[in-house]
Design a protein around this ligand. Sequence first.
Ligand code: AHR
Length: 661
Amino acid sequence: MRAKRCYILACLFIGGMAINLNAQKSVPIMVNVDKPKAEIKPTMWGIFFEDINFAADGGIYAELVKNRSFEFYKPRTGWKIDVTSKDSSHFVILNRRLLNETNPRFARVTIKDGTGKLSITNSGFRGMGIKQNVRYNFSILVSLPVESGIVLRVELITENGEKIGETSLTPKGKDWKKYDASFVASKSDPGASLRIWFEGTGVIDFDMVSLFPGDTWKGRSNGLRADLVQLLADMKPGFIRFPGGCIVEGYDLSTRYQWKKTIGNVEDRKLIVNRWNTEFKHRPAPDYYQSFGLGFYEYFLLAEDIGAEPLPILNCGMACQFNSAEVVPLDQLDPYIQDALDLIEFANGTPESKWGKIRSQMGHPAPFNMKYLGIGNEQWGPQYFERYALFENAIKVRYPNINLVSGTGPQPDDDLFKSAVGSLKNLHPQLVDEHYYRPPKWFRDNASRYDNYDRNSYKIFAGEFAAQSVYTTSPDNKNNWDCALAEAAFMTGLERNADVVNMVSYAPLFAHVDGWQWTPDLIWFDNLKSFGTANYYVQKLFSNNKGTKVLYMLQENNPLAGQHGLYSTAAIDEVSEEIILKVVNTTPDQKSEIIVLQTSRKVSPKASMTVLKSDNPEIFNTIETPEAVIPVSLTFALKDKKFDLSLAPYSLTVMRIKLQK
Ligand code: AHR
């Protein structure tokens, strides 16, 4: 069909004596509503969670005390000990490894001369974010080796030294026992600390010093930061991948993620160093550890809470190939494979089964109904695929319905990737994880990447991606609009190929503004506040406007995949009976297009539109200006199933058009 109208864009550059006349005809864009192209899986747009950038401890895990069990390599990290008397009152760390392998260290305070002489102060994770009028729950494990009259006076202190909360407790007896006390904070402060005074005389042993806000997500004890979970829930994610990322692999195998060590009583979960602790010279984080207070049970619960399919990724017997590249010999891989089989039982087994019983005892008798499992993270080479094969054989025999996810290495198109594609021909994963950390141009240029993928092979899990404004791992990368818009352009191609691409997640997810190692990230936060980046709003717009089937949306019989800087995709939501259109304009120009809906059904003459835009591709949201790029909602009119679409420069426009009975 020829254009009903044409428009001329004319640019005159008089200074250079050059005249650039660019004439362009607008051919209508046809949306075939009645003959959908492919199904869009409910899992299409999801979340990648990794404990990087203080995403877990110091982030979504709401514990405010850092190094609560004195198990950091330097056991006093995070603690300041004040002894005002020069007598023999003192603080020491003791170790009972032979009796307690998972939580060996505890603290002992001895007070010889009464009140107000010794206190210990925890500075939290770069301060504690405290909110006025919120209740705070303090707890501590205590044993009194000899009968003592010691009282613990617990205070919350602002950065300026003001007391904003107080409680006390009096422990009794030799047996280790948990004591709780709570109080309401009288003032907000982003950098508060917790001070404990030891009053009276005697000897006191203690461990697991903990402070949680009462307003965690769903009010759970050992809970999560509600504002951060809310940002995830608002995305309506189809799945959540956890716990990473390279954290699964470890620097070496001793620091790999072992899910069995992250469940059960919190005080029995053995802390290990976080592999991002020393990874980047430019962003060292010597106080970065994994307490596993947020462990696999909590991840499954989080997935359930936000309506996302859980997608755990397990170590495949290989440590990070960018680091130690340690490998478990093939004949010693059984315990790793057993971990995978046991995880399926933990998630899905009956409360009578060995691992299902532990889940049930932790508070969830019903199964989590896990359907997906990743074997290895970003591994590559023959060593990976021969290990993957052993996992696949063992898991498929017992659990044929579990969808397995394999990796393809860190790049989407290098030799390792190509050899991975070759190896995968002899294997049977349901999904294959591809990662793209590339410049914005790559995303714009690759919107057609999946147009020619084999329709009869495995499905794609676009498991990690983010446009890099400088280069991958550069500390100068920004979550700018240029990157976010390039991702949106690329994602139109993912949605258009939803028959091949079944799962998509941006990475990494979270970053603390004062504690990050890797940028860009989807959501940033400080101790009290959090905000979505422009990239977050792109992900959210795609996920919230997913639809159930892809529609053909063609201009001159071709999908819009970069012609004149435009990209588009269309879907139908068969439940709400709406047509959903997404159009990305990556140019600095206002664009005009005609959209024609081809359908035998009636179409509502009024529809809604959400626009995410900025004239400035370099702009990005910050903790001070979190709304520099946010979506704006509008309405628009259609006539005879047609409308003129005006696209703002550098914009993502999402439209929902109601079909009528
Ligand atoms: O997302 C950050 C890191 O990038 C992930 O841990 C890893 O899988 C990838 O290399």
